[in-house]
Design a protein around this ligand. Sequence first.
Ligand code: PPS
Length: 204
Amino acid sequence: MPKTLEGQITMEKTPSYFVTREAPARIAAMSRDTKLIVVVRDPVTRAISDYTQTLSKKPDIPSFESLTFKNRTTGLIDTSWSAVQIGIYAKHLDNWLQYFPMEQILFVSGERLISDPAGELGRVQDFLGLKRIITDKHFYFNQTKGFPCLKKAEGSSKPHCLGKTKGRTHPNIDPEVVQRLRDFYRPFNMKFYQMTERFFGWDD
Ligand SMILES: Nc1ncnc2c1ncn2[C@@H]1O[C@H](COP(=O)(O)OS(=O)(=O)O)[C@@H](OP(=O)(O)O)[C@H]1O
């Protein structure tokens, strides 16, 4: 990684870091001052989104419902399935807190990133010690995409939405399975809200 000069911030994005056991120790060994930003969304929707992404590459995989359970009759959830495992945010955060204080970690709400992108990016800019340059003025809601998009992309005068792989239609999942997953995640979500001192509103 090139040296960061005065007035610059070096950023790197790898979604799998948050759930990789060795990542906190390795990043702390590189720099204890690193600031960490994690986008989290309702773990149930996250699991379905994850499955939708895999399905788009491998259309022959088993159904979401069958992958969710170790044993469908007993309702035992397969926590070794990565789509389920990744959403146990409290467990992953515990691992990071062995190496970094909470003040160095920012959790961005994936839901708010859609409903109020400027508000969530305001929190990111504050966290990074930046002026609030990105505001409401930079976004518009694109009806076709169904998501907020940038009015002007970096270095261009044209609007910019995220690509086709972001914001896919999810398959319908058996509501009983969804409910079982909601029950499964509830205690982990509660712990996560306490740890982050933010209520993400995933539990009804
Ligand atoms: N503005 C905007 N436009 C489009 N999509 C948006 C936006 N903001 C957030 N999202 C949500 O981002 C989800 C995809 O991000 P991922 O983190 O899964 O992408 S990645 O593949 O891990 O890079 C994607 O999830 P899916 O809806 O399941 O496709 C979106 O819900």
